[in-house]
Write a protein that binds this ligand. Structure first.
Ligand SMILES: [Zn+2]
Length: 294
């Protein structure tokens, strides 16, 4: 198995998307495993669920999109990655896998339940920093927007390769058209500035993530300052699809007056006026359902 074959298998793994919900648990587990190899804490080709359970739950909580009922269910990706050729789950004697049914948590946590990675994937992860970087880079770009890629890379201390952008036809004009539609202001706070004759610190942000097949169209765009772009992609802030009023997650806690003013007090405020094209409620609903943390 060479690195292209591994990437191909990751690219085609079944992520079980329901109704447009981004399924990010499997990619999060793979990133966590890459980071474990990076820090040298996995020496053998034998991964128990308890080696990753706590951190995986935290990752799903923070980066897995809006939680569904029943909590993070961190054991699910551990079990269901078994449909990928590089992931071989070994179960205790007498236990068999049922494909569509969750194994009891007691079985998943059992010492005799463990994963053996494809030998070549294991050797790549263990010995090649470059392979770890290529795989992490591929996973990050495939499933998350840039704001979140950067953050995950930092908190997991993932290695950096010469970042090769995934070959997707991104519309270069998207950003400038979205900015113009909001008169170069942040649609949340109104921030607007220039530097060296260029608009500065404001991005054309996708409402429905590009990595989740959100289109490069003005109706899928909000002009947002760097901070509010990040807050929107992380689900700290959202927009009511019907009233276009801003929403702030109840989980956000401003610890000083500025944070309260810059985030909490925007709750209920109207989106800054757009010039021509209204953001499409279909995309705002997607963000509301799957990214915004209520
Ligand atoms: Zn802003």
């Amino acid at each position: 198995m060479n690195i292209e074959k591994i990437i191909n298998d990751i690219n085609h793994m079944n992520v079980n998307i329901h109704n447009g919900r981004p399924a990010l648990k499997k990619p999060l587990l793979l990133l966590l495993i890459i980071s474990k190899f990076e820090e040298g804490s996995f020496a053998e080709n034998r991964i128990n669920f308890i080696d990753v359970e706590k951190e995986l739950s935290e990752l799903i909580d923070n980066y897995g999109g809006r939680p569904s009922k029943g909590g993070t269910k961190a054991y699910q990706p551990f079990q269901y990655l078994n449909s990928s050729p590089f992931w071989n789950i070994h179960l205790p004697n007498g236990v068999t896998m049922t494909h569509s049914k969750d194994l009891p948590i007691k079985v998943i946590r059992d010492q005799d339940t463990f994963v053996i990675l494809d030998e070549e994937l294991f050797n790549n992860l263990k010995h090649s920093s470059k392979a770890r970087a290529i795989l992490a880079n591929f996973i990050l770009q495939k499933w998350w927007p840039e704001t979140v890629q950067e953050e995950l890379r930092n908190i997991l201390s993932l290695p950096l390769d010469n970042l090769v952008k995934l070959q997707k036809n991104r519309n270069k004009e998207f950003s400038s058209l979205v900015l113009a539609n909001f008169r170069y202001k942040c649609a949340f706070c109104g921030f607007s500035s220039g530097f060296n004759n260029y608009s500065f610190g404001v991005d054309g942000a996708h409402i429905k993530w590009f990595s989740q097949n959100g289109p490069d169209t003005i109706e899928n765009g909000l002009s947002l300052c760097k901070f509010h772009h990040w807050a929107f992609d992380r689900g700290v802030m959202g927009v009511n699809p019907k009233t276009l009023e801003l929403k702030v997650s109840k989980k956000f806690i401003g610890r000083d007056n500025f944070s309260i003013k810059f985030v909490e007090e925007l709750n209920g405020k109207s989106l800054e006026p757009f010039k021509e094209i209204e953001p499409n409620s279909i995309y705002l609903e997607w963000h509301n359902d799957f990214i915004f943390i209520g």
